[in-house]
Design a protein around this ligand. Structure first.
Ligand code: AMP
Length: 427
């Protein structure tokens, strides 16, 4: 017997009714983005590997261990063999598109959002998958368009607070930090290297390697035994120059003015190399070990790193899978039911029932259509599972134009004229 095929480890099928929640999340995100004047961008799912090597950083876990990369062999003389990668994140792709299409030439800020799958070869666990979906946005443009302004950072953070509120996600925490300019970070890396020298021997092997290559990454370490050592290390806030400090102060002042709560987290340096100045993460207690709902920050040098003009920007990516998990744990997110179930009494009523369902659906109702060969008891059982109300359609009802409606939550049965049915059912 041949072996049954299953979805690949770290990937999964999304099925109804959960997909309704995914759609609701995406619709809410699109509605919020539109009100903040963002437009949608759709970039390819795979890109030239060097985009991520240069844009995300060779030393990051994503690039060094987690990318799905392959040799794409030339099929014609005119083609070159290329090394391609399934995108592990979308910021590099958006910035590549910004450069390729000369979007900065308009002199305007570009406000772009995306929704789509990303791929990382991580160890799968709850909230962490090898194919996952991100909802993200970027604000990018020439400095003359105001792209470096701390107001942009604050607006993006305020938009995220609004989006989470509109999604119905309560109890989130905004962690905020500044990783300064490239020069600030170089200074801090030296400070860290010196502080790590006497203690790094007691730390995990990853930290020992990071202490050499990129000491900043030590702050990401999750090994419990290393935490007391990390807590004694100098903080990046003390290595920021005056301009970076002023930028951060302006971001927090604008957040205070808008009453968006945040906590300063000195260890928030993020796993991607392109960040400058503001970095942030929204966490949620209900998620367990993988508690980050979203992360982001400013990336003032990214465009130049991948060969483009100066184009400072700020953006974020939300883990859509984790938004779903949070909502599933938090509320009766899937408890939604159809407005009505139409139960034809006998097969000869099936055609009339289809017509009634059509009428109601055209008036915007969510309707499930039953089956006339079912006994009434079976129709009631099916209706109770899928809808809030049942509408019975027999010969008498069809002739008189008066239908019987039963509401399952109140148990009340009502006679309703057909012309008033849609209004009655939608209440
Ligand atoms: P990052 O691109 O690493 O900054 O991640 C941004 C957000 O994407 C995180 O806060 C998570 O919510 C989500 N995310 C990242 N990696 C995964 C993954 N492997 N599975 C599910 N969600 C993820």
């Amino acid at each position: 017997m041949s072996q049954t095929l299953k979805a690949v480890r770290g990937t999964r099928d999304l099925l109804p009714p959960e997909t309704a929640l995914w759609n609701r999340i995406e619709a809410t995100a699109r509605s919020v983005f539109a009100r903040y004047n963002f437009g949608e961008i759709r970039t390819p799912v795979f890109e030239d590997t060097s985009l991520f090597a240069r844009g995300v950083g060779e030393e990051t876990d994503i690039v060094s261990k987690e990318m799905y990369t392959w040799e794409d062999r030339a099929r014609a003389q005119s083609e070159k063999t290329q090394t391609l990668t399934l995108r592990p994140e979308n910021t590099a792709g958006v910035v590549r598109a910004y450069i390729e299409h000369g979007l900065g030439e308009s002199g305007q800020l570009q406000k772009l959002y995306y929704i789509g799958p990303q791929f990382r070869r991580e160890r799968p666990q709850k909230g962490r998958y090898r194919q996952f979906s991100q909802i993200g946005a970027e604000v990018i443009g020439p400095p003359s368009a105001g792209s470096e302004s701390p107001l942009r950072d604050a607006e993006v953070l305020e938009m995220l607070a609004t989006l989470l509120d509109e999604l119905g996600i309560t109890g989130w925490t905004l962690h905020l930090n500044s990783v300064g300019s490239a020069a600030d970070r170089a200074r801090y890396n030296d400070t860290l290297r010196a502080a790590l020298a006497p203690v790094v021997g007691q730390m995990c092997v990853d930290c020992q390697r990071r202490a050499e290559t990129n000491p900043l990454r030590v702050l990401d370490c999750k090994v419990p035994a290393d935490q007391p050592i990390i807590d004694t290390l100098p903080v990046i806030a003390d290595s920021l120059d005056e301009a970076s400090k002023a930028h951060f102060a302006a971001v927090t002042a604008a957040l205070d003015a808008a009453s968006v709560p945040y906590t300063r987290n000195h260890r928030l340096v993020r796993g991607l190399d392109y960040y400058t100045r503001t970095t942030f993460e929204f966490t949620h207690g209900g998620l367990g070990a993988q508690n980050a709902l979203l992360g982001g920050g400013r990336y003032d040098g990214l465009s130049e790193m991948i060969g483009g003009p100066k184009a400072p920007g700020i953006g974020f990516a939300m883990g859509e899978d984790r938004l779903v998990l949070t909502l599933l744990a938090q509320e009766t997110a899937l408890a939604q039911k159809a407005d009505a179930f139409i139960a034809p009494l006998g097969e000869e009523m099936n055609a009339a029932a289809l017509n009634l369902a059509r009428e109601l659906r055209h008036q915007g109702l969510w309707v499930e259509l039953g089956e006339g060969s079912f006994r009434l008891k079976k129709s009631f059982e099916a209706a109770d599972k899928t809808a809030r109300q049942i509408v019975i359609l027999g010969e008498d009802e069809l002739k008189s134009g008066i239908l019987t409606v039963k509401n399952f939550s109140t148990g009340i049965q009502t006679k309703v004229p057909r012309a008033e049915l849609a209004v009655f059912l939608s209440n």
